[in-house]
Design a binder for this molecule. Sequence first.
Ligand code: ZN
Length: 169
Amino acid sequence: MTPKFSVHVAKENLKFSAAHFIAYAGFREPLHGHNYQVGVYLEGGLASTGYVIDFGLIKKLTKEIVDRLDEHTIIPANSDCLTIEGPADGQLRVRYENDEFVFPAHDVRLLPIVHSSAEELARYIWNQLTDALRTRDALAQVTVIEISVAEGPGQSAIYRSGISALKFP
Ligand code: ZN
C-alpha cells in the first residue's frame, strides 16, 4: 500500500459569523447566529515538492469561501418548507407557514442546500473548496478531503469524501 500523508489546517481566521435558522416541515428555529469555525483535513500522496498540497493555497481558498459567508444570513435555496421570493426591489422574502422574513438581498447568501445545518454547510464548503482546487490543478496528490464546521466550541459536523471517484467534466 502506498504511504499516505495527511494535512490539517485549522486556522483561527477560517471562521465566519452568520445568521440562520433550521427549518423542516413542522419545525422552525428562531433566527439566530453562530461564530462558525472551519477546519480542512486532506489525505494523499507526496508530490515531488515534498508536499501533499501547498498549505498556503488551502488557507487562501478556504478563507475566500468563508469570507463570502461572513456577516450574512444563510438561506437554504433548496429547502422543502421555505418559500423564497425575489430578490424584488432589493428584498428577498422568505416564508415559512404563516411567518415571513424580509431581508435586504445583499445581506443574504442563498446557498444550494436543503437545510443550513453544520453538516450541509460542511458539504457546501467541501464542494466550493474542491472546485477551487481543481480549477488550479492542485488535486493531483489528494485522495480525501474532509471539512469540519463547528457552530461553537466542541460541537462540529464533518463532511468527508474521496475525490478520485468524481467525474471530471
Ligand atoms: Zn444555529
